[in-house]
Design a protein around this ligand. Sequence first.
Ligand code: GDP
Length: 299
Amino acid sequence: FARLRKGLSRTSEKLGSGISDLFTKSKFDAATLDELEDLLIQADLGVDAAMRISQEVGRQRHERGLDEDGVRKVVAAEVEKSLAGVAKPLEIDASKKPFVILMAGVNGSGKTTTIGKLAQKFSAEGKKVMLAAGDTFRAAAVEQLNVWAQRTNVPIVTKEIGADASGLAYEAVETAKAAGVDILLIDTAGRLQNRTELMQELEKITRVIKKVDAEAPHAALLVLDATVGQNALSQVELFQKTAGITGLVMTKLDGTARGGILVAVAEKFALPIHFIGVGEGVGDLEPFIAADFSRALVG
Ligand code: GDP
């Protein structure tokens, strides 16, 4: 919890001090509730959630009186309610060998880093992990994934730059199967300049790996950068349509005071959120747990 609290400190400091400031006024009235709503909007919770939560604070304050800590608790409880339905652990079905996880997301979202963090986490749990460098478009992406493979001591399947990504994914699933790998993490390209091409490539990868295993990929995770704010919503929309996304990972929560974006995403899409990234280090990946996150968010 300490790591989570630290990771969310930029948001919680802003939100927390904002809530404290509400109590420096001579009275707590409708204007104060508007200020609370603004604070929540600034933290990127989205207008609907911000309005609902400030109304609930107003209602409970009217009913039973709320001090500063009381307001914090109501905000946390309401955030938790929004997140409870989507905060779900990623379940790895051990009977699938390999359990294939397709990793999608736009360049810079933290996809490669998240793959490295997941490789470390799964290896530490005693699972046999393999990586596939499916972004065959960018030499830097392949190199970076190679660095993570070495750092986490897991094997990696690569091909030359410009090679067909679906062909590589196919080979990777076959190789992983033959090697008795438990979890195969497949990186994919994330260039947003050509959306149609990007989506077609993701579709093709999915289609082609089904030739090795009809149920693969067993999970398709979209990696989102929390610092892009409400743009995250349009990214989910884009990928959800074609890439068959089954769950989300939100990165860089340590780099923003707008950590409430998870609430906006949770309310707009019913997609499970599995993990959050709270730093660049290999250990900076936290399971997404509604109660812990909500508590850490308000400080
Ligand atoms: P990709 O292009 O999607 O594969 O993105 P990368 O994994 O290369 O990440 C882009 C940058 O974001 C790198 O500098 C990472 O170190 C950084 N990054 C990734 N995840 C996090 C995170 O949770 N917190 C912070 N602060 N930085 C992150």
